[in-house]
Write a protein that binds this ligand. Structure first.
Ligand code: PGA
Length: 219
């Protein structure tokens, strides 16, 4: 059976004590089945969450929200793939906020993908339309239309399904496409029940533990 990926993108949110409270409140449904829960916190929480997940034997995987495009060395402020791999299995690359606010272009993103793959980190590669460049080696894509991110204005599931189908059709190595943009406990099922959608990438609604628990439950 195919995995259903439920990914939390915490963006630039949460201190250690806030993350601890979130974990205390997060309720995992008894039977997760094929659902795979991935939390992508700020870098500063990866070590803490990795320890808590091991201690509590929690069915949660970790992802980073970005990765350096370079090998290690003189790149102040960057975190390289090999360092992330100690804590995370996944990494979000090409989120529209990074493309827009940090001017990340196709060639930089392709370098980030390549660095990730060589450290066995799986990129969750974000695009806002089906015709956007997807670097070689990417198998997991998140479709996030700009008008849906943080607006409360989610895409229509049939449209998102069509885009997911198109992405898979034009990129044969892409095996899973997630939908992202204003996913809530109420609308999550309308996306995950679509034939070509293999999960969701959740921003705002993942910050609250009970709303994210309900997204996992309802997905
Ligand atoms: P949102 O964010 O769920 O708050 O719309 C999604 C994202 O930016 O990944």
């Amino acid at each position: 059976m195919n995995n259903l990926f439920i990914v939390a993108n915490w963006k630039s949110n949460k201190t250690v004590s806030e993350a601890k409270n979130w974990l205390d409140e997060f309720k995992i449904s008894e039977n997760l089945g094929e659902k795979e829960i991935i939390i992508c916190p700020p870098f500063t929480l990866l070590g803490f969450l990795a320890e808590e997940i091991t201690k509590g034997d929690l069915p949660i995987k970790l992802g980073a929200q970005d990765v350096s495009a370079f090998e290690g060395g003189a790149h102040t402020g960057e975190v390289k793939a090999e360092e992330l791999k100690e804590f995370a299995q996944y990494v979000i690359i090409g989120h529209s906020e990074r493309r827009k606010n940090f001017h990340e272009d196709d060639s930089l993103l392709a370098q980030k993908v390549s660095m990730s793959l060589s450290s066995n980190l799986t990129p969750i590669f974000c695009v806002s339309s089906p015709d956007m460049f997807i670097p070689q080696g990417v198998s997991l894509v998140a479709y996030e239309p700009l008008s849906a991110i943080g607006t409360g204005n989610a895409d229509n599931p049939e449209n998102a399904d069509g885009v997911a189908a198109q992405i898979k059709e034009t990129n044969k190595i892409v095996s899973a496409v997630l939908y992202g943009g204003s996913v809530t406990p109420e609308n999550v099922k309308s996306f995950t029940e679509m034939e070509n959608i293999d999960g969701v990438l959740v921003g705002g609604a993942s910050l609250n533990a009970s709303s994210f628990s309900n997204i996992v439950k309802n997905a």
